[in-house]
Design a protein. Structure first.
Length: 130
């Protein structure tokens, strides 16, 4: 976890326990404190990583396929989500899954998006064979 996020978690999370067994975060407070960063990872363990991904209304999603499975939880905002050419409208409360290597992106972002992102294994832990 970055020192900035660790500090913010300590300030904003009313029940932050940073022990070896359990860690608690207030995701909405982390997202508010994230400022201008598009993606901020706040958890990395051997089996997974988690972060907050934010895209502004009218913005462009610059990501390319990842080498890990990925899930998004839509915290706030509205857009279309395109995976391998299939498009679905997304809104708060939805959970989206994308298998490793699948082409995907958020398009037609009509409300600022805040997404909780899960990678398994951790983002960047697999490399593309070249």
């Amino acid at each position: 976890m970055s020192p900035i996020i660790h500090a913010l978690v300590s300030i904003f999370c009313s029940r932050c326990e940073m022990g070896d067994t359990m860690q608690l975060w207030n995701i909405l407070q982390i997202a508010i404190a994230q400022a201008n960063a598009t993606y901020e990872e706040f958890l990395r363990v051997p089996a997974m990583s988690m972060g907050i991904y934010k895209l502004p209304a009218g913005g462009t999603d610059p990501q390319s396929p990842h080498t890990e499975d990925e899930a998004y939880y839509v915290v706030s905002g509205r857009a279309n989500f395109v995976v391998e050419g299939e498009t679905k409208a997304i809104s708060p409360g939805m959970l989206l899954f994308v298998p490793a290597h699948a082409d995907h992106r958020f398009k037609d972002i009509t409300e600022d998006l805040t997404l909780l992102v899960f990678f398994a294994p951790p983002e960047g832990s697999h490399t593309v064979a070249g």
